[in-house]
Design a protein around this ligand. Structure first.
Ligand code: 0X9
Ligand code: ZN
Ligand code: ZN
Length: 419
């Protein structure tokens, strides 16, 4: 079975790209509402045209001092543009043609390397065989387990990365790919593992971390959604579980954790992007992650990778209240962001989720924190909207390089502050 896995991933994979005219001519507009009439227009549009918020912020967050990005379907573009001009609502065209952008995220030049190309986005079957291969080739540093199965019966894997010492070490849990379309996130988890194995023995700071800590890494949590974002809809966010009484598919895994579930910034409508699910941990993928965290008693930090907006967030998101260790979390986030910025001057903001991005319940970071993991962070990786979820492959390397600095800062901090 293992051999089959390895073979599958390392033959050239023919991409089944998205259906031909999907997203052709769709634009993303950046709106700056200035008065109540503008706000009302945005609310009406969201209702009637089913314009998508480019980011999953909710309608009640649209205010006059906050700009908002909308994806407008091609056949509505001219109508909406003229109506925007009529009411004097200022806007920029953030993305001129979604389809072109979707195609352009893939690097044209073929830079296939002998082992594995970490500067490309990879389909799930490639990532799956990479997981097996990287573990088998680095037995003293890596072991791998299956932590569960997805709704569509795919395996969900975890890699344990760290020097085997025979004693229980403080552990940092990191997951990627909770949201399907945020492709830079799984790419970062893979990059992190690559850095760990390549720099062990060479790079002193990484060796210190791996000698004294374990990392538990889930490269892709929402595997079904990830596959769907490659084959059917590049902008898919949720899981692929079926919902009773509707044709709308999927639950937002980051609204499905047991953290003041569905109380704020989440929807009870299965057709919405932020559907919280039929009950807490209704999603097998969410249950798999939560079960591992419940089982491993040594987890001292939880880190989850998302995109986009360039932020380092920490609890809470389900309430505006600050955590008891707010000062410490804010200090760590500030330092992590400073480390990140030192490489390519990429600017990140940081703070509690509710105040920094938007209030929303049922997220993994809040759940991990309330479970007792006091160092809990959500990263929103590059960029700030130019490409959004469609970040070109040419940005994988700089994004991952700078993010490594933030993660290494947090890991070093955790090592020096045992609890
Ligand atoms: O809304 C989310 O789930 C995250 N943003 S994203 O654009 N990647 O979807 C932010 C999560 C912040 N944390 C919590 N809401 N708990
Ligand atoms: Zn996300
Ligand atoms: Zn660089």
């Amino acid at each position: 079975m293992m051999e089959g896995l390895l073979l599958l991933g390392f033959v050239a994979v023919v991409l089944s790209r998205v259906p031909d005219d999907q997203y052709a001519g769709d634009k993303v507009l950046h709106l700056k509402p200035e008065n109540e009439q503008h706000l009302q227009f945005i609310r009406d549009m969201a209702q009637t045209v089913k314009i998508d918020f480019w980011q999953p912020s909710s309608l009640d967050l649209v205010t006059t001092n906050r700009s908002v990005d909308f994806r407008v379907p091609a056949d509505w573009v001219s109508d909406i543009q003229s109506r925007l001009e009529k009411i004097g609502l200022k806007y920029n065209v953030l993305i001129d043609d979604m389809k072109t952008l979707i195609e352009n995220q893939f690097d044209q030049k073929d830079t296939s390397s002998t082992f594995y190309n970490y500067e490309k986005y990879h389909q799930w079957i490639e990532i799956e065989s990479w997981i097996a291969k990287v573990a088998i080739e680095n037995p003293r540093l890596i072991s791998w387990f299956r932590i569960g199965r997805s709704y569509e019966h795919r395996n969900i894997y975890i890699l344990r990365v760290g020097k085997r010492t025979g004693v229980v070490k403080p552990t940092i849990f990191m997951d990627c790919g909770i949201h399907a379309r945020e492709w830079i996130s799984p790419a970062f988890c893979q990059w992190f593992v690559k850095e760990a194995v390549q720099s062990y023995g060479k790079n002193c700071s990484m060796a210190t971390l791996l000698d004294n800590l374990d990392f538990l890494i889930v490269p892709v949590v929402n595997v079904d959604g990830y596959v769907y974002s490659w084959t059917k809809d590049r902008l898919w966010r949720k899981t692929r579980s079926r919902n009773l009484g509707t044709n709308c598919v999927g639950t937002d895994p980051n609204r499905n954790f047991d953290a003041k579930w569905c109380s704020i910034g989440a929807s009870r409508n299965p057709c919405d992007e932020t559907y919280c699910g039929s009950h807490v941990e209704s999603e097998q993928e969410v249950k798999a992650v939560a079960n591992v965290i419940r089982k491993y008693k040594a987890i001292k930090a939880y880190i989850t990778m998302h995109s986009y907006s360039q932020m380092c967030l920490f609890p809470y998101s389900y309430t505006y209240s600050l955590t008891p260790n707010y000062k410490e979390l804010n200090f760590i986030a500030r330092k992590a962001v400073m480390a990140l910025q030192s490489l390519h001057r990429t600017r990140y903001s940081y703070g509690p989720g509710a105040l920094t991005i938007y209030p929303s319940a049922g997220g993994s970071d809040d759940w991990a924190y309330d479970f007792g993991i006091k160092y809990s962070f959500t990263f929103e990786l590059r960029d700030t909207g130019r490409y959004g979820f469609l970040l070109p492959e040419s940005q994988i390397k700089p994004t991952c390089e700078e993010t490594m600095l933030a993660i290494k800062y947090i890991a070093t901090y955790v090592l020096r502050h045992p609890y």
